[in-house]
Design a protein around this ligand. Structure first.
Ligand code: NAP
Ligand code: HSE
Length: 340
């Protein structure tokens, strides 16, 4: 049995979930002739309290120790700064990288794209966590011309709005979402719509244009800050629900990406499918309507896709390739959604 040496960057919500699931799924690796072993776990503060299953002796601030003799890097730190540098260092050495970091993918694509084209970058966990959307968009759905897609891609805002529908205030609902490990280190990324915009950018590069511009998505993004219970109840009285929706639609000037709170009928497929979770509604010219829904945040839910990517890599599948070339926006009238 050979050893698979995994350099783990981060042991927070997702990193600690990954350590646990890796151990629980050890047999899946052994069946492939490999014994998974962590070389080390990079953290900011090795003395911080963590779940009992995270091996204390592996926690370190020394990246050289973590990278030494690694076969693969699993990046679960987040952010575009240090995480970006370490991911690029690893890719530069020819090491495959598994990441859940949609901010990095969206904002530093100029540096990452070539490695993704090479098949070194695995990122199923970056959008809708363990619910598969990256793989379908980089595989089966490529048999289509994309007509439009709409997603409830941010778990924290879905959770906050649904708890406001239960009668909680905004801050109280956000605190609850934070206690569940859904919210980014900087909560503005969630409530300001930036996290959903990062994810939409990743999807756009898989579905319509490998160079879809992050700034373009960011500039067309509004979040749910300022949302109050009165608005939530007024929508309910009309048989509607407020949701933060990320959309990619054809427009007169090409593909249009936007993130904004909208009012959807309570019976809309996205509302019914997502509840407090995530959902993606895809429309293609051949396949018609495809609805994918499931958990979009949290420790085990996200770790599931990270372990899945590792196994996929060991089975010989390359990382997720962006679309080889841009496709023009079709003449098609997209679904209208009422903005608030
Ligand atoms: P987190 O709980 O804040 O954990 C981040 C981990 O990275 C911590 O262990 C932290 O160390 C370490 N870290 C951060 N900056 C560091 C630095 N400069 N040097 C060394 N270590 C550093 O974050 P998370 O929720 O697990 O998210 C991790 C990634 O997964 C992010 O990219 C996030 O967007 C993505 N993601 C999260 C979820 C979710 O539900 N949480 C779902 C999908 C994707 P310390 O522990 O010592 O502070
Ligand atoms: N903060 C993110 C969310 C985590 O709430 O969806 C999952 O990407």
């Amino acid at each position: 049995m050979e050893t698979l040496r995994i350099a783990l960057l981060g042991a927070g919500t997702v990193g600690s979930g990954f350590v646990k699931l890796l151990d629980e799924q050890r047999d899946r690796f052994r069946k492939l002739g490999l014994e998974p072993a962590l070389t080390g776990i990079l953290v900011r503060d090795p003395r911080k309290a963590r779940p009992a299953w995270v091996p204390e002796g592996l926690l370190t601030t020394d990246i050289n120790r973590v990278f030494e003799e690694a076969d693969v890097v699993v990046e679960l730190m987040g952010g575009t700064g240090k995480a970006g540098k370490l991911v690029l260092d690893a890719l530069g050495e020819g090491l495959p990288v598994v990441t859940a970091n949609k901010a990095l993918l969206a904002e530093r694509w100029d540096l990452l794209k070539a490695h993704a084209m090479e098949g070194l970058l695995y990122y199923e966990a970056s959008v809708m966590a363990g619910t598969p959307v990256i793989e379908p968009l980089s595989g089966a759905l490529r048999g289509n011309r994309t007509l439009e897609l709409h997603g409830i891609l941010n778990g924290s805002t879905s959770y906050v709005i649904s708890r406001m529908e239960d009668g909680l205030g905004f801050s109280e609902a956000l605190e609850e979402a934070q206690s569940k490990g859904f919210v980014e280190e900087d909560p503005f990324l969630d409530i300001g719509g930036i996290d959903a915009a990062h994810k939409l950018t990743v999807l756009a590069r898989l579905a319509v244009d490998p160079d879809y511009d992050w700034e373009n998505v960011r500039d067309n993004t509004r979040g749910i800050q300022g949302l109050n219970r009165e608005q939530v109840f007024a929508a309910e009285a009309r048989g509607m629900r407020i949701r933060l929706v990320a959309s990619l639609t054809p427009g007169d000037d090409g593909w249009r990406a936007q993130v904004r709170p909208v009012m959807l009928p309570a019976t809309h497929p996205l509302v019914l499918a997502a509840q407090t979770r995530n959902a993606l509604l895809y429309r293609g010219d051949a396949v018609g309507e495809v609805l994918i829904s499931g958990g979009g945040a949290g420790s085990a839910v996200t770790a599931s896709a990270v372990v899945g990517d590792l196994l996929r890599m060991l089975e010989g599948y390359p990382g997720h390739p962006p679309l080889p070339a841009a496709v023009p926006a079709p003449e098609y009238k997209p679904e209208h959604m009422e903005e608030i």
